[in-house]
Design a protein around this ligand. Structure first.
Ligand code: SF4
Length: 328
C-alpha cells in the first residue's frame, strides 16, 4: 500500500493503516452503519471495518436498477441487510414527471440515501471517483440531505471532530439530528483499492473483469453517455424498462397539461442519453432492442406467449402513448 503522511500523528503510514485508524477513531458506541453497494469501494471498507475490529452493520440500499449480478450476491449475503424502497425507479419516473438528471437526482434521495438517520455512516466515497467528490472530506455532516445548500454549507464549515470544541459540538449534535459520514478511503486511488482487494483475496463482481470501472445503478445520469450505453448493452431489459417508464411519464405530463417537447419514450431517451443526432440514436436504440430480443429468445425461445410480449415491447413502445391517449 502507498505510504502517506498521517496528518493526525504527523507520522508516515500506509493507506491501510491510516484508514483503519480513521475507522477506530470515530467508532460510535452503537456501531457504524456501513453503506454497502456491492461495488469495489464498499467491499474495501467492509474489510477495513473488520480489520479495525469495530462494531458495524452492513446495509444495502436496493435501488431497483442495480446490476442483477450485484443484487444476487447481496441477497445471498447473510450479513447484509437490505433497505427496500417504497417504489421502484419505474414508478418514480412517472410520479416525478421528469427523468432523473445530473441536476435533479431525485432517485438518489428516494432510492439510495434512505436509511442511516441518526447513525454514523461509513462509506466508500473517494476523491478519485469524480471531480465533485474531490471536495468531499473523510468526515462529513449530513443533517439536511446531501445536496441541500444548507448541508453543503455545513460540510464546508466542518472539518475534523478533534479540530476544536466548536466543531466537535456540531458533530455531537448531528448524531441526534442527522447523519455523520465517515469516508475512510477518501484519498485512495483506484490502484490502492485493487491492491487491497488482491491482498486480501476479496471477491468482487465479475463486471469489473468485463471492463466496467464503476458499478452502480444501470443508466445512472451521473455517468457518461458512453458508459450508460455500455450498461444498457449488457442489460438491455433495463433500457426497455426505462423506455416504458418514460412513456408513462410523457402521458402523465400531458394529462397534467404540462408542456413537453417529447411524444415518446424514445424521444425522452435520446435527450436523456445526450445523443444529438437522430441517426446515431436510432443505431443505439436498434442495437439495444436487438440485444434484448436475443437475450429473451435464448431464455424463452420456445415460449410463444413470452416472445409475443417481447416483440410487443420492442415494436409498440413508440405507439404506447398514442394508444393510451386514444383509450381516454
Ligand atoms: S441512478 Fe444515479 S442518481 Fe439515481 S439513485 Fe442511482 S446513483 Fe443516484
Amino acid at each position: 500500500m502507498q505510504l502517506k503522511i498521517d496528518y493526525e500523528s504527523g507520522k508516515i503510514k500506509d493507506s491501510e493503516q491510516i484508514a483503519i485508524q480513521r475507522i477506530q477513531t470515530f467508532e460510535p458506541s452503537e456501531g457504524y452503519y456501513l453503506a454497502y453497494s456491492g461495488g469495489k469501494d464498499s467491499i474495501v471498507i467492509r474489510k477495513l471495518c473488520e480489520l479495525a475490529g469495530v462494531k458495524y452493520e452492513v446495509r444495502n440500499a436496493h435501488t431497483t436498477v442495480d446490476p442483477p449480478e450485484v443484487v444476487k450476491s447481496i441477497i445471498n449475503d447473510q450479513e447484509c441487510n437490505i433497505n427496500k424502497p417504497n417504489e421502484s425507479m419505474w414508478k418514480l419516473i412517472p410520479r416525478k414527471k421528469m427523468p432523473p438528471s445530473r441536476l435533479v437526482r431525485y432517485c438518489c434521495e428516494v432510492l439510495k440515501e434512505e436509511g442511516g438517520e441518526g447513525r454514523f455512516v461509513v462509506t466508500g466515497v473517494r476523491h478519485a471517483e469524480s471531480s465533485k467528490r474531490s471536495k468531499r472530506r473523510h468526515v462529513e455532516y449530513d443533517a439536511y440531505g446531501s445536496k441541500s445548500k444548507k448541508a453543503i454549507k455545513e460540510r464546508e464549515k466542518f472539518n475534523l471532530m478533534n479540530d476544536n470544541d466548536e466543531k466537535r459540538k456540531m458533530i455531537e449534535q448531528c448524531v441526534i439530528k442527522g447523519k455523520n459520514i465517515l469516508n475512510p478511503i477518501i484519498d485512495w486511488s483506484d490502484e490502492e483499492v485493487w491492491e487491497f482487494i488482491k491482498k486480501y483475496n476479496l471477491s468482487y463482481p465479475s463486471l469489473y473483469n468485463k471492463g466496467w470501472d464503476r458499478i452502480g445503478c444501470i443508466g445512472c445520469p451521473l455517468a457518461k453517455s458512453s458508459k450508460r450505453i455500455q450498461e444498457f448493452e449488457e442489460y438491455p431489459v433495463y433500457y426497455i424498462n426505462y423506455l416504458k417508464a418514460f412513456d408513462r411519464m410523457v402521458e402523465v405530463r400531458l394529462n397534467n397539461d404540462m408542456e413537453t417537447e417529447w411524444n415518446t419514450g424514445e424521444e425522452v431517451m435520446m435527450w436523456w442519453l445526450e445523443i444529438e443526432n437522430q441517426a446515431e440514436f436510432d443505431y443505439v436504440d436498434n442495437k439495444i432492442k436487438n440485444l434484448y430480443k436475443k437475450q429473451k429468445e435464448k431464455a424463452y425461445g420456445d415460449n410463444i406467449a413470452v416472445m409475443i410480449h417481447v416483440e410487443r415491447n420492442v415494436n409498440t413502445i413508440k405507439m404506447n402513448y398514442t394508444l393510451s391517449i386514444n383509450a381516454y
